[in-house]
Design a protein around this ligand. Structure first.
Ligand code: ADP
Ligand code: MG
Length: 476
């Protein structure tokens, strides 16, 4: 008995679910609808061109394997790309300004791409006279996509943001909610989206506003009795970027007014970009109906950047400022500051300031003493990662070996030294130290510490190693 296209796709989903993260599944697979099965060709419907491209770029081999498993080696997948509002008849995607000749033209009706036209007609508030109102976008040109370093920590949010910048209001990411802890780049990314829209569609009205400013404006409007103007103003925006929406918590009136603006904009296919310090499910003091709207589009998080990304961010900043800094110093900063990007930048800036004020060259020593002062209050400790790096550099061993289970003599000794320093310089438990050094248990770590102490007492050359390593690792 032949399977229906729905059964086939459901089976595929079962396999896919086990092979991707929950968030990816929700984002990229749940919105897909199976359409038909003809012979061994399954057709699925995806919400947009971007969506299709993303699937092809990131999940092609998984999809291929899955389809073959379900439909045999002849199995094939075809996409049907739709426009998510189903209203426009013309080509849904890649509507762009030619890039020239746009600027502040006086005759939008002819020069405008179809999506803008469609919007202006639909929205009764937007009458042509008002449309020309010049709204200052309040975007910071430094916070562009060019200046935003991509990494695993921000890939989904960045890509979705970029897609929105290419096609505001016409992706399935509406609203796009970017969330994450402080200093991880939410504001930067939010501006980048606005800048990208402005570059691609100079005539679109983009507005960046923090939830705090919005609240203040609203309070003022109530005081001055011009609430209607306030609401109308916001309803004219094509791309509304609202930063730090958690600020609305507990402010019911402001939430109400934002709710109405949100609905109006969303209905007219205007783009809404939101940032928050936590995902909608964890937001307190927010009306349910507002929260449920936040979840309509895509919520993408920003994580603490991994080491490579931290190094790349530092390089980017240094390059932008035309500054040369020894690699070891860059690495040291990246290793030591692993909280967020804002602190990383802060450390870099104060290091540069110190160096130029005191006319010192930037050395590892200077970096160490500065970091010490810089993060004094945050009770910082050396990280095991850093200890591992220094020890491995010193003995010229690849870190992977040290973290592996190998019992090669020189690796075992380096590993013991790492454990010794980790025990004396960090607050990590023996078990956790062991786990990070080749999956050993706490007894092995204790044994390592004893061995190293013995060798320090008995072996002069070994004592020399430890002394030098100690200097390299410690923060004076
Ligand atoms: P948040 O709004 O999440 O608190 P910000 O957007 O203000 O964080 O970012 C803090 C600083 O870190 C900014 O100067 C920003 O330019 C920088 N930053 C954050 N993420 C990145 C990144 N991926 N690449 C380059 N700079 C970044
Ligand atoms: Mg911010």
């Amino acid at each position: 008995m032949a399977k229906t296209f729905e059964e086939v796709w459901n089976n595929c989903l079962d396999i896919i679910k086990d092979n991707v993260t929950y968030q990816s599944f929700k984002t990229w697979f749940e919105p897909i609808k199976p359409l038909k099965l003809e012979g061994t060709v399954l057709t699925i419907q995806v919400p947009s061109q971007f969506f299709y491209e993303w699937l092809e770029e990131h999940y092609i081999s998984l999809l291929r394997k899955t389809i073959r498993k379900e439909l045999g080696t002849e199995g094939r997948l075809e996409y049907s790309i739709i426009m998510d509002n189903g209203m426009q008849t013309s080509k849904p995607y890649a509507v762009r300004y030619p890039g020239v000749n746009t600027g502040a033209t006086k005759n939008p009706p002819v020069a405008m791409p179809l999506d803008l036209n469609a919007n202006t007609i639909k929205n009764p508030f937007i009458i042509p006279g008002l449309k020309k109102l010049n709204v200052d976008s309040r975007l910071n040109p430094n916070y562009s996509f060019d200046n935003f370093v991509e990494g695993d920590c921000n890939r989904l949010a960045r890509s979705a943001g970029y897609a929105v910048g290419q096609n505001p209001g016409n992706t399935s990411f509406n609203p796009l909610l970017i969330y994450g802890g402080v200093g991880l780049g939410k504001t930067h990314l939010a501006h980048a989206i606005g800048i990208e829209v402005k570059n691609n569609f100079p005539n679109k009205t983009v507005l960046y506003v923090s939830a705090e400013q919005f609240t203040q404006q609203f309070i003022d409007s109530v005081k001055n009795n011009n609430q209607n103007d306030f609401v109308h103003f916001y309803q004219m925006i094509d791309v509304l970027i609202m930063d730090d929406v958690q600020f609305f918590a507990g402010k019911e009136k402001t939430q109400d007014v934002f709710f109405h603006i949100f609905n109006q904009l969303h209905q007219s296919r205007k783009q809404i970009v939101l940032t928050a310090d936590k995902p909608p499910v964890e937001m307190q003091g927010m009306e349910q109906r507002l929260l449920s709207r936040f979840k309509w589009g895509l919520s993408a998080d920003l994580q603490v950047p991994e080491l490579e990304t931290r190094i790349a961010i530092l390089h980017k900043k240094l390059y932008a400022d035309g500054i040369d800094m020894p690699m070891e110093v860059v690495e040291y900063l990246a290793y030591s500051i692993n909280t967020n990007v804002r602190e990383l930048e802060g450390a870099l800036i104060s290091l540069l300031a110190q160096a130029s004020l005191n006319k010192k060259t930037i050395t590892l020593e200077l970096a160490k003493s500065m970091i010490d002062k810089f993060v004094k209050n945050t009770a910082r400790e050396v990280s095991i990662d850093y200890i591992q790096k220094v020890v491995c550099d010193y003995f010229d061993l690849p870190i992977e070996l040290l973290k592996s289970k190998t019992r090669k003599r020189e690796v075992v000794q380096a590993r013991q030294i790492v454990m010794y320093f980790a025990k004396s310089m960090t607050k990590s438990s023996l078990a956790s130290i062991g786990a990070q050094c080749g999956g050993k248990d706490h007894a092995t770590v204790l044994h390592a510490c004893r061995t190293v102490n013995n060798l320090i007492d008995t072996d002069k050359q070994f004592r020399g190693y430890i002394h030098e390593l100690d200097k390299k690792i410690s923060i004076q």
